[in-house]
Ligand binder design. Structure first.
Ligand code: ARG
Length: 472
């Protein structure tokens, strides 16, 4: 076994089992680009501050460039014995350019190095996730647009409550996701802080320029405190919180997609390409994608709990426990990206069964509130109106009729305030039309909501543009 980076103090090499337990290369290798970018900026800064010569920095930067090319070409073998991505790259650098490679780690520690790598990695992924999230928001707006006037039952307690527009329901999802987008922007702000230059924990004796490094790497801020810089994992906790809430949103939507796809509801039909069949039951068409997303919310929430538990009780500054921050983070990133992409396609592919929704809404009592409101508008206190309509509904149930089937004479048995216009007032179209309060389900309000959505998307765009402009 080769001598390790800290070989000076040791008389024995690390036990093979311990070495494997200790290593993180199997998962942190995915941060190779960030590790190299961080090292390039660090080397440039060391030269600028006179800590390395320009020639040394140039040699180091060329070496790193070559290593990047090797990794991307698949010509780099990652060694468990070299523990992590940082030491794998540094070791290869020294092999390529000789002893000068050993100067790269001047005024740096793996503690601030891993921190900067992870910050950059999360920052980059946030850009990709924001794009995927916005695409799903747009898919919901499209679903609303394409089914603007479709009426369906709205539910409370999963019991039919009041008629709503399907487009209103789709826009509810849009606004849920708009909050996720906002949350993600907050996570981005608290990720976009440079920890490099904190050294192991206390800063460094070399005259470094952290702000120059921040500029090179496109960081908006520099950590004010070196202990905080290497210990902070709040941005990961926040990212996982964002991811958990997002997955909970997708899981709730999944629950509806699954219900609506059932024969009992039959409100929608998913595209064949987004469903699977059964190996035994030939008739089956299962909404697996929605079920999987609902299921995967569990693992993302699990990663948040794991990370909170890992950090809880850790003294400052770096502790090896913090190496446990990555696998859950990476899995959460992969899971939400995949889920968002699958979801956008699934929503774009779903067919709305307008006739089924309308049939459902016409064959229930979800216009009962409107009937009460009718009486209230004629001067009856709402509580009394509620009582009158309740009795009318009971009568209908006994007679096996719907409210719309009653004659004026029958209506008038319950209140003399009923007149011929009652039938118009409780038509489902009227019920929807009349819910014209701000944020309500009327077509006019849904159109306003869609305009508001356009404005939100425009604002989100400037966040996305920042990524394109800065290439981070
Ligand atoms: N692989 C380590 C991690 O992910 C890098 C930092 C190691 N620092 C240390 N002092 N052992 O946290």
């Amino acid at each position: 076994m080769s001598k390790s980076m800290w070989g000076g103090r040791f008389t024995k090499t690390t036990d093979a089992m311990m070495e494997e337990f200790n290593s993180s290369i199997s998962f942190d290798k995915r941060m190779y680009r960030e590790d190299i970018a961080g090292s390039m900026a660090h080397a440039a800064m060391l030269a600028r501050c006179g800590i390395l010569t320009d020639a040394e920095a140039a040699t180091i930067r060329q070496g790193l460039q070559d290593i990047l090319a090797d990794i991307e070409a698949g010509n780099f073998s990652f060694e468990v014995s070299l523990e992590d991505i940082h030491m794998n790259i540094e070791k290869r650098l020294t092999e390529r350019i000789g002893a000068v490679g050993g100067k790269l780690h001047t005024a740096r520690s793996r503690n601030d190095q891993v921190a900067v790598d992870t910050h950059m990695y999360v920052r980059r992924e946030i850009g990709e996730i924001a794009n995927l999230l916005e695409d799903l928001q747009k898919a919901f707006v499209e679903a609303a647009q394409n089914n603007l006037q479709v009426i369906m039952p709205g539910y409370t307690h999963l019991q039919r409550a009041q008629p709503i527009l399907f487009s209103h329901h789709m826009m509810a999802y849009f606004f849920m996701l708009a909050r996720d987008f906002e949350r993600l922007q907050g996570v981005q702000r608290r990720t976009d802080i440079l920890p490099l230059g904190a050294g192991a924990l206390a800063g460094t004796t070399f005259p470094i320029d952290r702000h120059y490094v921040a500029e090179q790497l496109g960081f908006a801020q520099v950590y004010q405190n070196s202990l905080d810089a290497v210990s902070d994992r709040d941005y990961i906790l926040e990212f996982l919180s964002f991811a958990s809430i997002l997955m909970v949103h997708l899981s709730r939507i999944s629950e509806e997609i699954i219900l609506w796809s059932s024969a009992e509801f039959a409100f929608i039909e998913l595209d064949d390409a987004h469903c699977t069949g059964s190996s035994i039951m030939p008739q089956k068409k299962n909404p697996d994608m929605a079920e999987l997303v609902r299921g995967k919310s569990g693992r993302v929430i699990g990663h948040l709990m794991a990370m909170l538990t890992t950090v809880k009780g850790l003294p400052l500054a770096y502790n090896k426990d913090l190496q446990e921050d990555k696998e859950g983070l990476f899995d959460a990133i992969d899971t939400i990206k995949f889920s968002l992409a699958v979801y956008a396609a699934m929503i774009r592919g779903l067919r709305v069964r307008q006739e089924k929704m309308e049939q459902a809404v016409r064959h229930d009592f979800s216009n009962a509130t409107d009937m009460a409101d009718y009486l209230v508008k004629k001067g009856l206190p709402f509580r009394q109106a509620h009582e009158v309509v309740g009795k009318t509904v009971r009568y209908c149930i006994e007679q096996e009729k719907w409210l719309m089937d009653l004659s004026i004479a029958e209506f008038q048995q319950f209140s003399p305030l009923f007149e011929a216009d009652i039938l118009e007032a409780i038509k489902v179209e009227t019920c929807v039309e009349n819910r014209n309060s701000f944020g309500g389900t009327s077509p006019a309000q849904v159109k306003l909501a869609m305009e508001a959505a356009e404005e939100i998307i425009r604002k989100q765009q400037s966040f996305l543009d920042m990524y394109t402009k800065n290439d981070i």
